[in-house]
Design a protein around this ligand. Sequence first.
Ligand code: HEC
Length: 149
Amino acid sequence: MKLNKRKTLGILAIAVFIIIQLFGIDETLPPVVETENFYNDKSVPEDVRILLRNACRDCHSNETEYPWYINIQPLGWWLKGHIENGREQLNFSKWNSYDDKRKARKVDECIEVMERRRMPYKSYTWIHKKAQLSDDDYERLIAYFESVK
Ligand code: HEC
């Protein structure tokens, strides 16, 4: 069999793709301390907790539900990077461990991203219909965050 350059490159690309599948992401979830968990905080209205659970949990909490395609690399690496970045910015599982200053800053940021409809990402809600927020949902969340400022 005579291999030309294109064929060799093709075989190499497939080999690389197969090999990187061996380096899956670590799916272990960081633990949730219930007293720190926003989603279980009874002082937050239930409808708000449900909205934020449906729309933000996968990237902003330690209760991520990983989709099946997280097992396909490099897609999984990319998604995991997103989730880690999201958690770092804002982690509803750790909400009550934030001091007042940090909470106040996060509340302001939440209002801003809700007003600009920046979160949740379109690429996410396209697949996760449950996370789609209506204008009423956005208004409800803004009103809630304004009320705790
Ligand atoms: C698909 C993952 C994903 C979802 C779902 C998601 N976020 Fe984010 N979020 C991120 C990432 C990644 C960042 C950091 C990068 C950025 O700011 O775009 C971020 C950043 C933020 C920030 C900080 C922004 C700033 O001003 O720097 C806030 C606040 C935030 N998200 C709120 C929310 C809220 C509220 C929801 C639900 C209504 C939500 N996000 C849903 C991934 C997500």
